[in-house]
Design a protein around this ligand. Structure first.
Ligand SMILES: NC(=O)c1ccc[n+]([C@@H]2O[C@H](COP(=O)([O-])OP(=O)(O)OC[C@H]3O[C@@H](n4cnc5c(N)ncnc54)[C@H](O)[C@@H]3O)[C@@H](O)[C@H]2O)c1
Length: 251
């Protein structure tokens, strides 16, 4: 019970890394706010948690929308009275270079991936007390460039520096801010990317072999990193980018 009696908001918890983290955090004793714009799958995450005797609520949230974020915080306080952990994990991917990216697509990626982190922190931090932990999901695409991922790389790079910046501003308040940089993780996002590629079989093989450990990661492998950053076990770690990439960025 590494998160006993803690309250955790997890955005993007309807699927992939977010869902896996929500299930793990609940197993470790946290009360979970599943915040996602996918109502059907978000409610399914809540059911999965409740099936294991955990506590969770679903709040329909578009993380790029200020009103939705304010509502997410209000609902959390109404149901659970406090916030200990904010895991800004919702994100989308756009496989385009800047020439093919429209200004609207650019704004959409930055609004969800980067502004979503800003809004989540802005409205949650006033409620987070000493000992609280914020985790943001960046990516290896925030550390090194990838061809045809212009807006995505920009948004994920921004998250790493915003994480360090906020770590400084809120250290005195006793709030830690860290991010996770996953490599390729087999979630619905990566499955869509593979399926939409010209040769899915070759793409899948290439995804496996680009990681020195010889395979893509599993959502649980990111969830365990998030659990460590969420728990008091990481109490002297702030401003850090925890890379979970099977060795990819060590090359
Ligand atoms: N899967 C990977 O290989 C990988 C690698 C590095 C980083 N990431 C990052 O991990 C995070 C989770 O991705 P995943 O792979 O689990 O993908 P996923 O598509 O399985 O899950 C993403 C979740 O975010 C939600 N979401 C998207 N836009 C939203 C919005 N505006 N408001 C609220 N919810 C929204 C989706 O409904 C979905 O439930 C993302 O930030 C992604 O960029 C993923």
């Amino acid at each position: 019970m590494r998160l006993k009696d803690k309250v955790a908001i997890i955005t993007g918890a309807a699927s992939g890394i977010g869902r896996s983290s929500a299930l793990l955090f609940a197993k470790e004793g946290a009360k979970i706010v599943v915040a996602d714009y996918n109502e059907e799958l978000g409610k399914e995450t809540v059911s999965l948690i409740k099936k294991e005797k955990g506590e969770a609520i679903f709040v329909k949230t578009d993380v790029s929308n200020e009103k939705d974020i304010k509502n997410m915080i209000d609902q959390t306080i109404k149901s659970f009275k406090k916030i200990d952990i904010l895991y800004n994990n919702a994100g989308i991917e756009l496989g385009k270079n800047i020439l093919d990216t429209t200004p609207e697509e650019w704004d959409n990626v930055i609004s969800i991936n980067l502004k979503g982190v800003f809004l989540g922190c802005k409205y949650a931090i006033p409620y987070i007390k000493k000992g609280g932990s914020i985790i943001n999901t960046s990516s290896i695409a925030g550390i090194v460039g990838f061809a045809n991922l212009a807006a995505y790389c920009a948004s994920k790079g921004g998250i790493i520096l915003l994480t360090k910046q906020m770590a400084l501003d809120f250290a005195k308040k006793g709030i830690r801010v860290n991010c996770i940089c996953p490599g390729g993780i087999l979630t619905p996002m990566l499955e869509r990317f593979i399926k939409n590629s010209p040769d899915p079989q070759a793409t899948r093989k290439g995804m496996d072999s680009m990681h020195p450990l010889g395979r893509v990661g599993k959502p649980e492998e990111v969830a365990y990193a998030a659990l460590f950053l969420a728990s008091d076990e990481s109490s002297f770690i702030t401003g850090h980018s925890l890379i979970v990439d099977g060795g990819f960025t060590s090359q």
